[in-house]
Design a protein around this ligand. Structure first.
Ligand SMILES: [Zn+2]
Length: 423
């Protein structure tokens, strides 16, 4: 009888345990509030299953909740990278892209799963992958990450980049034209542009990425207009690769939601972006990563130093002008290279250091990678803020991220995504 009782008890106990979502009670000495854009001290968070159910100071820990006391670590909303290329790993050589694109699709997928894991472990709980992913390998990757519950960030994907004839390149040798068909969707006229957008949406993309300009070709005004109209009718945002000021301006006037890179944006284009609420994704690099890149290209001594200084000056100047004008800034790394000494996840998070080096205050740098990015990706009702009802996406940095940014940024203590604790 006693035996039966305990078996019965065990059955009841385990079923009730299984029904109740797991609770985590987190004590954070330092906490970044992305809406107020400030650091707070001594905050508690209660997570139930994949959601945050309470945030505040002096919360009472439920009896069955697992306590995670983070000591002196800093908690932020899970970081977001709005510009990744998980399906390409390109050496900085002349034929880098060609070689990387010849990697078979199944190998690219395998490699991308590794990069996804590396990104998550570096603190990124969401990334937006924007092309150079073959023909919709990004959609497959997104599905596989979800299905297999492989460690990786939440994915927002674009499918192949919509581009003018010639893809994203100035000049290609005829032998390399396989690249264009494999990696891009070339648009020929407004009708074709509309068809391309609808086809992408049918294939399951979350965002349309367009290449506004190569070295010598641009999308025509009626093409970009057709792309934006069609995508917006289907509630899908559009973001534009634009390195020149004129083509960025054309894209903004056509109504795109964001500009990627925008290395040479003029004050007047920035004013227009601020007025229309068009965001900028400055895909910049820090001095440290810049040094490794310059070395990888093979530039040495003073030549390399001058080149790097010039590039950094341009990045910092354009970012500060954009911020001053009131352009919404969204963090994005554009990290796709195979550079000795840099790991994919850390190489991506480095972009935040570049913003800090430009003189942007640390809380604002974090806002670029949390609240602003979540808004740009259309998921700010799920992530980007630590408050009741949001997905439990948290990045935990060892030490004081505000006071010791360059070190703490790369010292991840723990990542929580959808309520799951990593590592
Ligand atoms: Zn890119």
């Amino acid at each position: 009888m006693r035996y039966l009782f305990s078996v019965l008890f065990l059955v009841i106990f385990t079923t009730s345990q299984a029904q109740k979502p797991k609770q985590l009670f987190i004590k954070a000495a330092k906490f970044y509030d992305s809406e107020k854009n400030v650091f707070l001290v001594n905050q508690d968070l209660l997570i139930e299953g994949d959601r945050i159910v309470a945030v505040g100071s002096g919360l009472k820990k439920p009896k069955n909740a697992r306590l995670i006391d983070l000591g002196n670590s800093t908690v932020t909303p899970g970081l977001i990278d709005a510009h990744t290329h998980l399906l390409i790993n390109q050496k900085i050589t002349k034929d880098g892209l060609e070689v990387a694109s010849k990697v078979p699709a199944d190998e690219r997928m395998k490699q991308a799963l590794g990069f996804a894991k590396s990104s998550l472990m570096a603190g990124l709980t969401t990334v937006r992958d924007v092309g150079n992913s073959g023909q919709f390998l990004d959609v497959s990757l997104k599905e596989q990450l979800k299905r297999d519950e492989t460690p990786g960030p939440r994915l927002v994907v674009s499918g192949p980049i919509l581009s003018p004839p010639g893809g994203q390149f100035g000049r290609l040798f005829p032998a390399d034209s396989f690249l264009i068909n494999q990696e891009y969707r070339v648009v020929k006229g407004a009708e074709d542009a509309r068809a391309a957008v609808l086809e992408h949406i049918r294939r399951g993309v979350d965002v349309i990425k367009v290449c506004m300009n190569t070295d010598n070709r641009v999308l025509a005004p009626d093409e970009i207009k057709a792309i934006v109209e069609t995508a917006h009718q289907q509630k899908i945002p559009v973001t534009a690769h634009a390195t020149y000021d004129e083509s960025a301006r054309d894209a903004v006037l056509a109504g795109v939601d964001g500009i990627e890179h925008g290395y040479s944006l003029s004050d007047s284009t920035l004013s227009l972006m601020a007025k229309r609420g068009t965001y900028l994704v400055p895909t910049d690099v820090s001095r440290e990563q810049g040094k490794l890149r310059v070395a990888a290209i093979g530039m040495k001594g003073k030549e390399g130093e001058d080149y790097l200084n010039g590039a950094l000056k341009g990045f910092h100047d354009r970012l500060n002008r954009a911020v001053k004008k009131g352009v919404p800034i969204v963090s994005g790394s554009d990290y796709y290279n195979d550079i000795p000494g840099i790991d994919r996840g850390k190489g991506s998070v480095d972009v935040l250091l570049s913003y800090a080096e430009a003189g942007i205050p640390i809380p604002t740098v974090l806002q670029f990678a949390t609240l602003n990015a979540a808004k740009a990706l259309g998921i700010s009702n799920q992530t980007g803020t630590l408050k009741k009802g949001m997905k439990a996406d948290l990045t935990v940095f060892k030490g004081d991220l505000e006071k010791d940014f360059p070190t703490a940024l790369f010292a991840i203590e723990m990542v929580i995504k959808d309520g799951k604790v990593y590592p």
